[in-house]
Design a protein around this ligand. Structure first.
Ligand code: ATP
Ligand code: MG
Length: 684
């Protein structure tokens, strides 16, 4: 299959067809960086310039890696390794460890909290969860920067970083933690050690390095602006003296500096490789010009950055709605109103998987999870613990565990066994119709799909093996895909895109986050970039909101984020009703409608209305006839709820009909005339 390069513009093409060797794509959000590297890989392989097994593509998240493999597969390119730095290192280490260290057993620690806590206690420090987390973050930062405990003390003085406790204490904990990992019979490694050891083996063992470099010859790194010194060290170890490296990134999207990431590697690439092909892309293919304009304005206010890194995006999509700005009195109201707007989008045909709610910190998800649940909207939390914390999933996993303990259940593989185990919990063979049941079904189905996938790559996987894998995923926060609205932090949304994006909770101390405000300008700028990343996730609908109080009825103590200053006028709470369309209200009692079926009906299920049963019956008879004529099941014509709403409101013309939830232009076109004629007769 030849790769259709006409899918790229001139600049993208230049990067895609550049000969093997260093290539840098420095470009803004949505300009097709990820797309271009995918085509480049496919093209090089297609032209016989490299074989797929020789390419290693590194992405920022496991999901991005999966997407890249899918896209390559769609172009007929199979066998390319696309992984995160960690996953790649883990695989390589597993392979090379015996050659390097013989039969010394090693094990990956998925959760280092308790080990660090022990070291914290040994250093005479308070081992509260918060303290341990802070110190752990500091150790991770030091390791990502390639600092030993000794280096740490020296190097931190050169930065503006404020350590959570005295540097000597951190040094002591760091040292103790490293010793503990190496003191048992089994060598313990944390995630960073995977990279450190892989790099060290390649650096110190020429035969292994040779074997590795024989295997992998061409490297591609996406989101290179967020590479840490440790990842860069590993990349260098992979490459050796070679320069067959394609990198893409956007300095304006550097959002992981707090973990040690450094955009300098991106910005200095052409100095490191003077003969590199450097391509800049400016055309934004993702978002409408309206979204692009806001993105440009927000990032143009960045301060203290080299002017050369500023790229003005040019929107290539056709125009869409203006971004919307909404101020709410309190968070629960904000969440409820947004759930209402999501229902409207769903009703207008935007698929749930094309909608995202993005926030600064994972804790913000709770209030939105509740509002979406109340409204009967299926969702999944990305980057947070959402999926594995859901009661349905916890129960499901407990059930699998029980089955595993009693020796399993019949079934060809774990996928089949899991489906059998989950059936009594609500995983029927077809999707049920009630909102609660559907939501449960979708969650359980996602779990079963995951089991299927794992069984495919490892047919001998047992239930116990599956449980271990699930545990690892819960800890590394890698939930399976559920068909629903995405809830994610700005950080987790990196590189992704949706038709409709809600940026929520845009208040000071959340964005920018309080510790960034304390830490100073550089940190505030990182928060601004985070906001920019959020904005540029939207293809078409972009909705920005904030709430002045945390709880209903509480005092308004919050201030809108500074990043909107000079961009949107400040809205006071009182202005909200005009500016923010309220969610649909019950036409009987006037209170908001939160449940999807009630929205269709236009009233609460238990709010009484006068509806003549005779009219409803006539409408049902009409529906049955229409359905027969059109060879479709009756509910395809109109659902019961829609029919009931029609019977209650007796619309007089197409415009009034359109007001009813469940009636769109297509239905009017198909059934409007005969329905209105019937209603006319009924009224007469
Ligand atoms: P980010 O910085 O957010 O990671 P990116 O630069 O990697 O963005 P992509 O995700 O590759 O951008 O592309 C953004 C969107 O634009 C995708 O939907 C992609 O398919 C589309 N796109 C990219 N290039 C083109 C093109 N030449 N023609 C049409 N669509 C394109
Ligand atoms: Mg990308």
């Amino acid at each position: 299959m030849t790769i259709d390069l006409s899918q790229l513009d001139q600049d993208q093409l230049q990067a895609a067809i550049a000969p093997r060797g260093p290539v840098a794509i420095l470009a803004g959000a949505g300009t097709g960086k990820t797309r271009t590297i995918t085509y480049r890989i496919a093209h090089l392989i297609d032209q016989g310039l490299i074989s797929p097994q020789r390419v290693l593509a590194v992405t920022f998240t496991a999901r991005a890696a999966g997407e890249m493999r899918d896209r390559l597969r769609a172009m007929g390119t199979l066998g390319v390794q696309a992984r995160t730095f960690h996953a790649a290192a883990r695989r390589q280490l597993r392979y090379f460890w015996p050659q390097a260290y013989g039969d010394l057993p090693w094990q990956l620690i998925e959760n280092k909290f308790s080990l660090v806590a022990r070291a914290v206690r040994a250093a005479g420090l308070d081992a509260s969860t918060e303290n341990v987390r802070d110190i752990l973050g500091e150790i991770e930062w030091a390791k990502a920067c390639c600092f030993t405990p000794y280096d740490y003390v020296v190097e931190i003085g050169k930065t503006k970083r404020t350590p959570p406790v005295a540097v000597e204490k951190i040094q002591a904990v760091y040292e103790k933690y490293e010793q503990t990992k190496q003191s048992g019979d089994t060598f313990l490694l944390d995630f960073d050690d995977l990279l450190i050891h892989t790099a060290a083996i390649l650096e110190n063992s020429p035969p292994i390095a040779e074997e590795f470099r024989e295997q992998y010859r061409s490297f591609v790194v996406d989101e290179y602006q967020d590479v840490t010194p440790l990842q860069q060290r590993l990349l260098k170890a992979w490459l050796g003296e070679r320069d067959d490296l394609t990198i893409v990134g956007d300095a304006n999207q550097t959002i992981y500096s707090f973990t040690g990431a450094d955009p300098a590697f991106l910005l200095n690439f052409s100095r490191e490789y003077p003969h590199a092909t450097v391509v800049k892309l400016q055309r934004d293919y993702r978002s409408t010009p309206q979204v692009v304009e806001l993105a440009n304005t927000v990032i143009s206010k960045a301060v203290g950055r080299a002017a050369g890194t500023r790229l003005e995006l040019q929107g290539m999509q056709k125009p869409g709605p203006e971004p919307e700005y909404h101020a709410y009195d309190d968070e629960p109201t904000e969440a409820r109103e947004i759930a209402g707007q999501i229902l409207t989008l769903l009703k207008n045909g935007v698929p749930a998987r094309e909608i995202a709610v993005l926030y600064r910190v994972n804790a913000q998800s709770a209030v939105f999870e509740k509002a979406l649940s109340d409204a009967g909207i299926v969702y999944q939390v990305r980057g947070g613990e959402g999926f594995f914390q859901r009661p349905e999933i916890r129960k499901a996993i407990a059930q699998i565990m029980r089955a595993s303990q009693v020796g399993g259940v019949p079934g060809d593989d774990v996928g089949e066994q899991v489906r059998a185990i989950l059936a009594p919990l609500g995983l029927t063979s077809t999707e049920p119709s009630g909102t609660q049941a559907r939501e449960r079904w979708q969650l359980l189905n996602a779990l079963a799909d995951l089991a299927d996938d794992l069984a495919q790559s490892n047919p001998s996987l047992t239930l116990a093996g599956l449980l271990a894998e699930l545990q690892a995923r819960a800890e590394s926060r890698q939930p399976p895909t559920v068909e629903g609205v995405t809830l994610a932090s700005f950080h987790a949304a990196k590189g992704l895109e949706w038709d409709a994006v809600f940026l929520v909770g845009l208040v000071e101390n959340t964005l920018p986050i309080s510790f960034a405000i304390k830490a100073g300008d550089a940190h505030i700028e990182e928060e601004r970039r985070l906001f920019y990343v959020g904005i540029t996730r939207a293809r078409r609908h972009l909705h920005l909101s904030w709430a002045y109080a945390r709880q209903e009825g509480a005092r308004s103590t919050r201030k809108r984020t500074r990043f909107l200053d000079g961009i949107v006028p400040e809205l006071s709470g009182a202005e909200v009703p005009e500016r923010a369309p309220r969610s649909p209200r019950c036409r009987v009692c006037g209170r908001p409608l939160l449940v999807a079926t009630e929205r269709v009906l236009g009233r609460h299920e238990d709010c009484p209305v006068e509806m003549e049963a005779a009219i409803f019956d006539q409408l049902r008879a009409w529906r049955l006839e229409t359905a027969r004529e059109n060879h479709v099941p009756p509910y395809i014509v109109f659902t019961d709820a829609t029919l009931m709403a029609i019977a209650e409101t007796l619309p007089q013309d197409s415009a009034e009909l359109l007001e009813i939830s469940g009636v769109g232009p297509v239905k009017i076109e198909k059934y409007g005339e005969s329905l209105l004629a019937l209603l006319n007769n009924l009224r007469a």
